[in-house]
Design a protein around this ligand. Sequence first.
Ligand code: C2O
Ligand code: CU
Ligand code: CU
Length: 520
Amino acid sequence: MRVSRRTLLALLGGAGASAAVGVPLLAGLSGSTSTGALLPSLMPLPQPFTLPFRVPPVLAPTRRDAAGDHYEIVQRAATAEILPGVLTPIWGYNGIFPGPTIVSTRGRPTTVTHRNELPVPVVVHLHGGHTPAAHDGFPADLLHPAGTPAGPHDHRHAATPAYGTRTYRYPVRQPAATLWYHDHRMDFTGPAVWRGLAGFHLVRDPAEDRLGLPAGDRDLPVMIADRAFAADGSLRYPSLDPALLHTPGVTGPYGAGVLGDVLLVNGVPWPLAEVPAVRHRLRLLNASNARRYRLSLDPAPRGGPALTQIGTDGGLLTEPIAHDAVELAPGQRCDVVVDFARYGPGREVTLRNEFGDRSTAAVMRFRVGGAAPDPSRIPDRLAPDPVVAPGPAATVRTLRFRHDTVRGMPGWTVNGAPFDPAHSIADPLLGDTEVWRLVSDFHHPVHLHLGHFRVLSRGIGGPGPYDHGPRDTIDLRPAEQATIAVSFTDYPGRYVLHCHNLEHEDMAMMSVFTTRAAGR
Ligand code: C2O
Ligand code: CU
Ligand code: CU
């Protein structure tokens, strides 16, 4: 590791932070927990497993026609009762956190018109979407607040600034998957997502429906996000500029990542879900800024692994994989099936976070009800593998993710350079599959826009147990090297790759790549 002790101490910050985070980080490279500093809540926290689990509402289209399904969302400030009896100001899609769930069908274009009634510019990115560049939420393509006059506020690197409203067009030419949408404004993504700008976007596919997986109210989106609360009930976040307009970044130790002490599931702290004793699909999403999770069920069921993984970031696996626990870095998704029939009626089963301690050691609880008919099944073959294997002459690129000095401040870089929206570091040809070698100092969940990838290797071994299937985010652990194969298809233009630790992203760990069509 090429990080001096001084840098490391600066990263770890205060004594409290080192107690929670420093020890595993100093212990170094085992990769067992998160890079970041704990931001404690300044108000009493509720008893876990007392508030009811809920699923975000599904958004109804305003219109369906030959061109596809059309949705409208207003981004606005609102208050939410997250802790019982406490009103918390949030920023929400339609004023709620998580935002409403959008459900698309493969092959049917979806358009979403966002109106910005927040006091800051926004950018919307569909994470995991295979999206044309102009609609992907490039971090400088700002949507300015309604009422802003056009012109002087344009970001100098914006391809297409917008004022008041912007329509994002998604072709949805991709397999069934658990996607999510969230804010992606240059320099201010971390605090905007923390305030609530995140929601699910599910892609359905008749081919998936035919498999017979658990469906309907047995198909549960589970957005896991940690947060901290100030004494007045607001969300606590260590922004240098609380208005989120001018100076990006966070104070002192939090530059390594902001870790909250409250675990929210779909916006509810440590909820309790009542479930019939049948198979359920859990669409696990780690929407946290910096926290990593290792999720398991307690007690474990008798007779083998509790979790049957069926999907990942980009959609279904080729075949199911049985796990006792799954690890999830920020930005990643993991679809698992849990058969609650393996627990007797009345049993309580906790979704544990083995990477947490104290208040972050448990995520939510299930209370198993009576038996019920269960027509669902988990077939041995789920879906074809969409990622093309790289040829022997594939282009190989190396990307180094590390702590660095950025404009005189501690920050994070890719190949030694901070994010520059005007500078592209790679120009893959559409139709090619490339091999990218990723090298880290600390934990860096590296995310690519546009293309899904397959993990070829991690360290000197093959892919890790949680790396299988089409991914868009890899959980790169400290002092690690991994190689991925990524196919670039369909859309030419300017995209980003970045660390999905949102504090790292805001403090410049992002780069542009530009896809080009053959012959150009
Ligand atoms: Cu979920 Cu570029 O981000
Ligand atoms: Cu993304
Ligand atoms: Cu990072």
